[in-house]
Design a binder for this molecule. Structure first.
Ligand SMILES: [Ca+2]
Length: 205
């Protein structure tokens, strides 16, 4: 038999489990009749970051028109939304740190974009040819400039699409000492590591 103390903890644990409901990530399928979480719309049968209006129910795969930045604020910059390789991307022109950029993306129901294909990569660069925060993040445990990279809230880059500029990532001087732990698309359209406190515009998905 559990003690009164143990029963109290058991009850508390049940309450916590019942109340805890993490925000749904983007990327969930939304087939015919399906719906997307609040703040997301169905774009090409996938729930994508969006705003304005209501979720459309995902009745078909031609919902690109729902990809809108309507209602999204972006500090002193402009928020723009566009469909990129099947994803709804919201881009912000305000120059902020990667932490602030990711915070803004989360506030909009998404993350800094994980660039998982060349078509998405090229599309992003076509919309903004400057430097842009994307969801590249490096583990503080990395011992070489090229190791320990992953997408924020997502998968490792090992074995997946990458587009590092030649000689990048380099942690600034070729030796890993934690100086550059965040990643950008740079002006040439390829990726580079950057100090996380540098300020750039950013793209969310
Ligand atoms: Ca580094």
């Amino acid at each position: 038999m559990r003690s009164r103390f143990a029963n109290a903890w058991f009850t508390a644990a049940l309450l916590i489990a019942a109340c805890y409901s993490p925000a749904a990530p983007v990327g969930a399928p939304c087939g015919p009749g399906g719906t997307c979480p609040s703040g997301q719309h169905c774009v090409a049968n996938v729930c994508e970051l969006s705003s304005g209006g209501q979720p459309d129910g995902g009745s078909n795969g031609s919902d690109g028109g729902d990809c809108s930045a309507h209602g999204l604020s972006c500090d002193n910059g402009n928020a723009t939304a566009f469909s990129c390789a099947g994803a709804c991307v919201v881009m912000c022109s305000a120059n902020v740190s990667q932490f602030s950029a990711e915070s803004a993306c989360r506030g909009w129901g998404g993350h800094l974009v994980a660039v998982t294909s060349s078509s998405l990569d090229n599309c992003l660069h076509q919309h903004d040819s400057g430097t842009l925060w994307i969801g590249l993040t490096q583990s503080d445990n990395a011992t070489t400039p090229a190791s320990g990279w992953s997408w924020i809230g997502g998968a490792s880059l090992v074995g997946n699409y990458t587009n590092w500029e030649s000689s990048q990532p380099d942690d600034g001087d070729g030796t890993e000492n934690g100086a550059e732990q965040c990643g950008i698309i740079d002006g040439s359209g390829t990726w580079a590591d950057s100090s996380c406190s540098q300020t750039h515009g950013f793209a969310c998905r």
